[in-house]
Design a protein around this ligand. Structure first.
Ligand code: NOJ
Length: 545
């Protein structure tokens, strides 16, 4: 395998709205990001993935682009963006942007023009006549954000398709002009010095047919647009025309992806894909239903993906997911240990690790939002639906909380001053988590045993160890609550041992007879030689003899 920058780099995802506010309006911005580049460098980050910074009406906080060639004025200017790219580059950090092209904003000029039947942009979107004399949507599909996937526009006397929110009309990729325009956008940014793209819901862009979908309790119609042949054709074309011509990195957001499609997406289409099986191991049927964390299932899923793909995009958090420690670790007695155990896992698997802002501090979910502070547009819909079906208020709040995307979007916690040092404003766009006096970058920087300093050591260790970067992945059979694997490269062997639970676990003989030097552990003075037990959430990285 040819080694490219992204094979040895750690990617750090920034949600710009919540990272750092330089002008005191309560909203993060690009100059704020620039001011934190040294922090990212000291952490050991090699690539930043920026959630969308394009002009947007914020119906989905940037995942609704109104102009792909300009910057959201809340975040700064094109000159700020150029400065970010340059200054990051000087520090050895490359910038990856978010490419959101399943849909645009309804405020994009293509869509505004397309409302008129004679517009050259009419065919950029799915405009259709409805059923029953145009009084009902053209099919029964539902949107990922709730309700019908179609909206009627009187001026157009037709309906348009949106598999996400009403303000996110789907582009029609059957129209070759759409690909042409998107390729222009890609070249525009790559030529400006961008290192690549995280491609939003990229396995759903090709709608095979607009026939009715099978009835489900969740999103209806998906079987007509998930990972269709046309989807691969389009991505391969993009690869040929653009990606293959640049030194760049691409990663696809591909919910529901299976091994077969993942292998196709990562062969002359994209470099990597995000699968969501791993982080779904505490969910049941739909994201609001949480089940007890099942270490065995979690481990099996990770091992399967490690086996099936040559190179994974590994992550435990992003801006759409609740924070990971409450899901896969422990927020109470073993908070520190479990946060570090999860960090060890993320940084020692084979593939590129993606870290989400604040994960390196052990940031946690907001205690409990109420509808008046909800920002994520999905929350109101889900809450309303639950109340409609007579769920109690308390239960509805709890169920929304389980998948509330606002949890991971509260402001980054920089220090123990007002608004956690995120902003000088009286009010921030989402409230700061009240735990900021304890959990924040400054406090953790000054504590050698902090989660932040553990991440720093881990990232540095990974960089120095070719086995951790490029080594083969070899799982070791153990009981479900223990995860054990080797990473081997050119005669070097690194062994990783993790207790996924809060219980002491005894080790099988084949491990307890091992001899080796501990490179890093989340417990002080940990050793491996003749080790009989693993303490709660204990994690060890060992050079075996
Ligand atoms: C996935 C993004 O990560 C999410 O934030 C967004 O709402 C949807 N795609 C729609 O663009």
């Amino acid at each position: 395998m040819e080694h490219k920058h992204f094979h040895s780099a750690v990617v750090y995802q920034i949600y710009p709205r919540s990272f750092c506010d330089s002008n005191g309006d309560g909203i993060g911005d690009i100059p704020g990001i620039i001011s934190k580049l040294d922090y990212l460098k000291s952490l050991g980050v090699g690539i930043i993935w920026l959630s969308p910074v394009y002009k947007t009406p914020n119906a989905d906080f940037g995942y609704d682009v109104a102009d792909y060639y300009s910057i959201n004025p809340e975040y700064g200017t094109m000159a700020d963006m150029d400065r970010l790219v340059d200054e990051a580059k000087r520090k050895g950090i490359r910038i990856v942007m978010d490419l959101v092209v399943n849909h645009t904003s309804d405020e994009h000029e293509w869509f505004q023009s397309s409302i008129h039947p004679e517009s050259p942009y009419r065919g950029f979107y799915y405009w259709r006549k409805g059923r029953k004399g145009n009084t009902e949507p053209p099919n029964n599909w539902t949107s990922n954000f709730g309700g019908s996937a179609w909206t009627y526009v009187p001026e157009a006397d037709a309906w348009y398709l949106h598999v996400f929110g009403k303000k996110q009309p789907d582009l029609d990729w059957h129209n070759p002009k759409v690909l042409e325009e998107v390729e222009n956008i890609l070249r525009f940014w790559l030529d400006r010095g961008i290192y690549g793209f995280r491609c939003d819901v990229i396995n759903q862009i090709w709608k095979d047919s607009l026939k009715d979908g099978k009835k489900t309790i969740w999103v209806c119609g998906q079987e007509h647009y998930l990972m269709k042949e046309g989807n691969h054709t389009i991505l391969h074309q993009m690869y040929q025309d653009v990606f293959s011509k640049y030194d760049c990195m691409t990663v696809g957001e591909t919910s529901y992806v299976d091994f077969k499609n993942a292998r196709r997406f990562t062969n002359k289409e994209l470099d990597m894909v995000f699968q969501f099986d791993t982080i779904s191991s505490d969910r049941f049927l739909v994201p609001i239903f949480k089940t007890r964390f099942k270490p065995r299932k979690f481990k099996k899923t990770i091992f399967n993906w490690q086996r099936e793909l040559d190179w994974n995009a590994n992550f435990l958090e992003n801006h759409d997911q609740p924070r990971s420690i409450a899901r896969f670790g422990d927020t109470k007695k073993y908070y520190q240990e479990s946060a570090k155990e999860l960090a060890t896992l993320l940084l020692t698997l084979k593939g590129t690790p993606f870290l989400y802002q604040g994960e390196e501090l052990g940031m946690l979910d907001y205690p409990m939002f109420t509808p008046k502070d909800y920002q994520d547009p999905v929350n109101h819909y889900v809450y309303g639906l639950l109340r409609h079906y007579h769920f109690s208020e308390k239960r509805s709040l709890k169920l929304v909380h389980n998948e509330n995307r606002d949890n991971a979007r509260t402001p980054m916690q920089w220090n123990a001053t007002k608004n956690a040092g995120f902003s000088t404003s009286e009010k921030t766009w989402l409230p700061v988590n009240p735990n900021y006096e304890k959990i924040n970058a400054e406090t953790e920087e000054n504590d050698d045993t902090s989660i932040l300093n553990y991440y720093k050591k881990l990232i540095a260790l990974r960089k120095e160890n070719p086995a951790l970067l490029f080594g083969d992945f070899e799982p070791l059979k153990t009981k479900g609550s223990i995860m054990a694997y080797y990473r081997g490269y050119e005669g070097e062997m690194v062994f990783v041992l993790l207790n996924l639970t809060k219980k002491v676990q005894s080790l099988p003989r084949k491990i307890s007879t091992m001899i080796g030097d501990v490179l890093l552990s989340n417990y002080p003075h940990a050793g491996l030689t003749y080790k009989k037990r693993l303490r709660p959430y204990e994690a060890l990285i060992v050079k075996v003899k």
